[in-house]
Design a protein around this ligand. Structure first.
Ligand code: HEC
Length: 120
């Protein structure tokens, strides 16, 4: 009985884990209700930053931020309805959340969390 995996199987396993790693939303949990601020930390901050400015805790730009929510000049040009749609449907590197959050929760997230980053 050989204990080392067959080289082809090993290559397939590696390819599989690389593919899994390519989906940044794969390990994001569903919103279970309750604290939307906590859900921002669990589900959104990895890309958008804790403060919504697209930076990590050391102030370095995050690679997949896409938008600086603290830039009120830019944020004010965006409609809640557009932000809700992008969050539900996704856009390019922004994952869709329609399987993780209800539309009502996304709407709440938009007005109570995302919108407020610019006001701070
Ligand atoms: C894997 C990284 C990633 C995660 C996780 C993520 N986002 Fe995004 N988000 C992006 C990127 C990249 C964009 C820019 C998309 C584009 O316009 O090409 C974006 C765009 C957006 C926009 C639209 C901004 C604009 O251009 O007006 C909203 C709103 C948004 N995200 C909200 C959220 C919320 C809320 C969460 C958590 C529930 C979240 N995002 C999680 C990467 C992410």
């Amino acid at each position: 009985m050989r204990h080392l995996p067959h080289p082809l199987l090993a290559a397939l396993l590696l390819a599989g884990s690389l593919l899994a790693g390519a989906d940044p939303a794969k390990d994001i949990p569903k919103f279970q209700g309750g604290d939307l601020q906590k859900y921002w930390m669990d589900a959104c901050a990895r890309c958008h930053g804790v403060n919504g400015n697209g930076r990590d805790n050391s102030g370095r730009p995050l690679p997949d931020a896409g938008f600086d929510f603290t830039d009120s000049r830019k944020a004010n040009k965006k409609k809640d309805s557009d932000w809700i749609k992008v969050t539900l449907e996704g856009k390019d590197k922004m994952p869709a959340f329609k399987d993780k959050m209800s539309e009502a929760d996304v709407a709440k997230m938009t007005t109570e969390i995302v919108r407020k980053f610019a006001a701070k």
